[in-house]
Write a protein that binds this ligand. Structure first.
Ligand code: PGA
Length: 266
């Protein structure tokens, strides 16, 4: 069976934009994409605002039937109770979110999110009917040691080990070498392809072709409109998780347009 993977351009806003700025951004993005050059069947665009902006984004997207999807940047592993400051997967799902980013390197660094916690987050997101975007990728040290592929594949394995075929097929993996995030040092298209291919082949070995061909694998780390075309031309790179460049609406629309033009669906 050949599964068609629609490329995904995901804008991770991190801790930027209040709800008024978020609303303005979404309107302008929708307006920029609503032209003859953008084919939504060839590229999905998703935004990841702060929790405080999700409701505003939902209202706008639903009221104007905008073809933009959205999600949250993190999630609690518990469903409810005395967990001050946490937000559950169900609360996020009830705001119309399609996705939740899980295991971003900034979360792993600044919060107590270890591998076990990340597995629980993935489970919580799936149980609430959303798709997790699982971030993996080596630091500079692992790259120096030449173990970057094993490292990224191992991080995916740690999460998929206890998942069913069906659950795994809903996963989106973002290969984000930590040294490339926010540094301007983008991975070469060859190394983004190598890592994405290694992850997909490992999924193929464990879960079979249908699952491996369904999982979208994104590249993240200093993506801009200058490097996006070459990166997306790689057969196993199914889109991007974008930080800095996703704060500029013209730049994000430009990247989405490049992706929609250079892919036929996979
Ligand atoms: P960047 O961030 O595009 O600013 O490198 C990517 C990310 O953190 O997902």
């Amino acid at each position: 069976m050949t599964v068609r993977r629609i490329p995904l351009v995901a804008g991770n806003w991190k801790m930027n934009f209040d709800h008024l700025e978020a609303t303005y951004f979404v309107q302008k993005l929708a307006w920029l994409l609503r032209d003859a050059h953008f084919d939504f069947k060839r590229c999905e665009v998703a935004l990841f605002p702060s929790f405080t902006s999700l409701r505003s984004v939902q209202v706008l997207v639903e009221a104007d039937r905008l073809r933009v999807t959205y999600g949250a940047q993190s999630v609690s592993v518990t469903t409810q109770g005395a967990f001050t400051g946490d937000v559950s997967a169900d609360m996020i799902a009830h705001l119309g979110c399609s996705y939740v980013i899980v295991g971003h390197s900034e979360r792993r660094k600044y919060h107590p999110e270890d591998d076990a916690n990340i597995v629980d987050q993935v489970r919580a997101v799936l149980a609430a009917g959303m798709q997790p975007i699982l971030c993996v990728g080596e630091s500079f040290e692992e790259r120096r040691q030449g173990i970057e592929l094993d490292f990224a594949v191992g991080q995916v394995r740690d999460v998929t080990r206890d998942l069913s075929d069906e659950e795994t097929s809903k996963l989106i993996v973002a290969y984000e070498p930590v040294w490339a995030i926010g540094t301007g040092m983008v991975a070469t298209p060859q190394s983004a392809q190598e890592a994405s291919c290694a992850i997909r082949e490992d999924l193929r070995e464990t879960f079979g072709a249908d699952v491996a061909d369904a999982v979208r694998i994104l590249y993240g780390g200093s993506v801009t409109s200058k490097n996006a075309a070459e990166l997306i031309s790689q057969p196993d790179v199914d889109g991007f998780l974008i930080g800095g460049a996703a704060l500029d609406v013209d730049e994000l629309a430009k990247i989405a347009r490049l992706v929609s033009k250079s892919t036929q669906g996979r």
